[in-house]
Design a protein around this ligand. Structure first.
Ligand code: ADP
Ligand code: ASP
Ligand code: MG
Length: 420
């Protein structure tokens, strides 16, 4: 017997027929004697619709009410799945975040889970009842207001529930059959990775591979949760129920580095199109200027990613280019404008037509020349690099958005990741 958390994303629960398909996956586990908690997302497209309604209602919306609205999508799917399971003879009930409760911080719209008391939940599922839990939502302390976890947050709900009930495995069912070397929608030759390390998955997710929410990987890594990504579109009776000694047979398992025998230098390529670049032209080249630029941005909670400093065209002053989330661009420009008295007069250019392409691999720690190969391959395609940032296991470059897909495909082939 295993305690299993099964999470189903939006496309997997897109309509009642697909919810029936999900219920069959759940029933397979129950029939095999496994104990199950399910975490569901809203039906595909629902959260986008809810967000759009909020923004239409008022551009300056109250973030607590945003959460009240957008959390509703998951409530629908949890209830529907419980109904379908019951109709198949499976004992099940739905749970909303506040009923468990899944406690969160008060950062509405991007809250973090702070605590889940899994005792009662674990007792219920051990008693044979399937717990169908709304993903993406929880409640702030004191039972005040509903809070949501940021887009893609149901993955994090699933891992947090897995930690709380001490599950043996957390299975993330989605519309692809695992984690690939890059987004299979962009590169047809992308290959499924049977295993990926927590560290690499964390980089992939935070650099744009939305197959798992970054926070879910972080949480799984800290608590050593056995996390798998697999497809809900495989017929439920074509999959065998979870057997702990055979977790590696399907999908991708996110695991410890030392469990991965065959290590490539580069394991995957991620891309993100949601960044914007800002260039501040001709600021004084003297100590303290960078602090006067980036201090106010930090105070305004704006995350700056890549930073490049160049000598200005006049040879006397300096230009500073950096990236922020595209959604923060206009706020960034406002903050800079407000700080102009401190920074000194400057001209500013900005653009959201940029993409960040990253190559990731723990093999880079012990292998020189990965960056040089990357720059050469991009230059051979005539792709200009605007900014670079590196860490021990990744290299990111900022390029013109129009070249994003070409760059991903080029690097995918160059690092030998293409499927045969
Ligand atoms: P869900 O609704 O199930 O949460 P998501 O759309 O959030 O599904 O995540 C699955 C999608 O992630 C896939 O359809 C795929 O296009 C995308 N994706 C991006 N990068 C990768 C990758 N490296 N491997 C697999 N899928 C990826
Ligand atoms: N429904 C939420 C979203 O679309 C959460 C999730 O699907 O993970 O972002
Ligand atoms: Mg998702």
């Amino acid at each position: 017997m295993a305690v299993v958390v099964m999470k189903f994303g939006g496309t997997s629960v897109a309509d009642v027929e697909r919810i029936r398909n999900v219920a069959r996956h759940v029933k397979r586990e129950v029939d095999a004697g496994n104990k199950v908690a399910v975490v569901v997302s809203a039906m595909a497209g629902t959260t986008n619709q809810l967000v759009a309604w909020v923004k239409d209602a008022s551009p300056n919306y109250d973030r607590r009410e945003y959460d009240a609205v957008v959390a509703s999508g998951e409530q629908i799917t949890a209830g529907l799945l419980a109904i379908v399971l019951q109709s198949m003879g499976v004992t099940a009930r739905s749970w909303q975040g506040w009923q468990i409760p899944i406690e969160t911080s008060t950062a509405h719209g991007s809250a973090r889970i702070t605590n889940i008391d899994g005792g009662a939940l674990r007792a219920r599922i051990e008693g044979g009842e399937v717990a169908v839990i709304t993903g993406f939502q929880g409640i702030e302390p004191g039972g005040q207001r509903i809070a949501t976890l940021g887009r893609g947050g149901s993955d994090t709900s699933a891992v947090a529930v897995a930690v709380a009930v001490n599950a043996d495995v957390c299975d993330i069912y989605t519309d692809v059959d695992g984690v690939y070397t890059t987004d299979p929608r962009i590169v047809q030759k992308a290959r499924r990775l049977p295993k990926i390390s927590y560290e690499e998955m964390l980089e992939m997710a935070s650099l744009g591979s939305k197959v798992l929410q970054t926070r879910s990987v972080e949480l799984a890594m800290v608590h050593r949760v056995r996390l798998r990504v697999l497809s809900s579109f495989v017929a439920p009776d074509q999959m065998s129920p979870v057997r702990l000694e055979k977790l590696e047979d399907i999908g991708t398992i996110v695991t410890d580095e030392d469990e991965i025998v065959e290590q490539q230098v580069v394991s995957g390529i991620a891309y993100a199109k949601d960044e914007a670049k800002v260039t501040i032209l001709k600021v004084a080249d003297k100590p303290g200027v960078a602090a006067r630029i980036f201090g106010p941005l930090a105070d305004a909670n704006i995350n700056v990613d890549m930073i490049v400093q160049n000598v200005s065209s006049d040879g006397k002053s300096t230009d500073m280019t950096f990236t922020v989330q595209a959604a923060e661009l206009s706020r960034t420009l406002d903050v800079l404008k407000a700080a102009e008295a401190d920074i000194g007069h400057f001209d500013v250019q900005s653009s959201a037509d940029v993409a960040k392409i990253s190559v990731i691999g723990i093999g880079m720690r012990s292998h020189a020349g990965v960056a040089a190969e990357m720059f050469k391959a991009l230059s051979q395609k005539g792709i200009n690099i605007i900014a670079i940032s590196t860490s021990e296991i990744k290299i990111s470059v900022l390029i013109d958005a129009a070249y994003a897909e070409l760059a991903v495909r080029t690097l995918h082939s160059m690092y030998g990741l293409d499927a045969a």
